[in-house]
Write a protein that binds this ligand. Structure first.
Ligand code: CDT
Length: 308
């Protein structure tokens, strides 16, 4: 058995004027609760240090204060210090502005000794680039972030760990690319508004779709998935909560029940991944790459919109 106690540290809303120090205090409180409950890894949401600023369209130069230029920085060092003191790892989502002026939506994994394991850059950037006046609120992630181009995995926490951010979780390739590298534990943070302007018929299905994709991704790749929300009504926009820990069986084994700051904990056995990786989803034995290639070649054309 390779037992690991993991915590989904869900956050409620972060107000636009809530300073980094106040937010970090909340992260520390969640970390302490997780640690008291035996967690060795605490997983925070996407963009966990600020409000979800892509709901507003502004000049990039006006948005700079939402980005981190160093990690740890002056406000976040205490999080690294406390985690090291407690001997707990963590995964933190934030907006990153690099020295070269590049902007990414990242997930940063830190081990129990306070050392960085890896930094993942969100690949599937949803929403739009230009201001769109017809929307109730903006989702201008494509204005604020460039996409990453990889789903790496890392050996950490005695297992093989991968990361994804929010919209990435809706795409089967996200899990499969990591699954092909043996991922046993996939960490996912999200901010999912409950109102989707391009097609409001999807609004009522937000919770269903959230569970659907993470449970399928876990099951079809024999991996544990930890999905962590920033939920509740933030600056007037209601977002999905329902953070969850999913087993390779596809079953939800822990889930948050509020829309605020809350910790859901589960002790998982990373060896349980073999139950699926070595049977139904034995990739080496059952995948048919030649067929997939042929099908992709045949269907890999872009359909004009009227035919979709
Ligand atoms: N943060 C994020 O990626 N949210 C998206 C909203 C999609 S609608 C633009 C999500 O997939 O949940």
């Amino acid at each position: 058995m390779r037992l690991l106690t993991v915590a989904a540290a869900q956050m409620g809303p972060i107000a636009a004027d809530e300073g980094r120090e106040a937010v970090v205090d909340r992260l520390l409180a969640l970390m302490d609760i997780a640690s008291e409950r035996g967690a060795e890894l605490v997983v925070y949401p996407e963009l966990a240090l600020t409000t979800f600023f892509p709901r507003w369209h502004m000049e990039l130069s006006e948005a700079n204060h939402y980005y981190e230029t160093e990690m740890p920085g002056p406000a976040t060092k205490v999080l690294f210090d406390e985690a090291k003191r407690l001997g707990i790892g963590f995964c933190l989502g934030y907006a990153s502005l690099t020295a070269e002026g590049r902007r990414f939506n990242v997930y940063h994994l830190v081990d129990k000794t306070g050392e960085t394991v890896g930094i993942f850059q969100k690949v599937h950037i949803p929403g739009h680039d230009e201001y769109e006046s017809w929307r109730e609120f903006q989702h201008a992630e494509r204005h604020y972030f460039e996409p990453g181009d990889d789903f790496p995995v890392w050996r950490a926490f005695d297992g093989i760990v991968g990361m994804a951010i929010c919209n990435d979780r809706r795409w089967p390739e996200t899990y499969r690319v990591m699954g092909m590298q043996g991922a046993e534990l996939i960490l996912i943070g999200y901010n999912t508004p409950l109102h989707y302007d391009p097609d409001p018929t999807q609004n009522a299905l937000a919770g269903f779709h959230n569970a659907l994709v993470m449970q399928s991704g876990a099951y079809q790749n024999g991996a544990f998935v930890v999905g962590v929300a920033k939920g509740g009504i933030e600056e007037g926009v209601d977002s999905l909560a329902q953070s969850m820990i999913v087993a390779p069986s596809g079953q939800i084994i822990a889930q948050c029940i509020t829309t605020g700051d809350e910790v859901a904990v589960a002790t998982i056995d990373l060896d349980f991944t073999k139950t699926y990786k070595h049977t139904l989803f034995d990739f080496a034995k059952y995948r048919v790459p030649d067929a997939y290639r042929r099908i992709t070649e045949q269907t890999g054309v872009e359909l004009p919109p009227e035919k979709i």
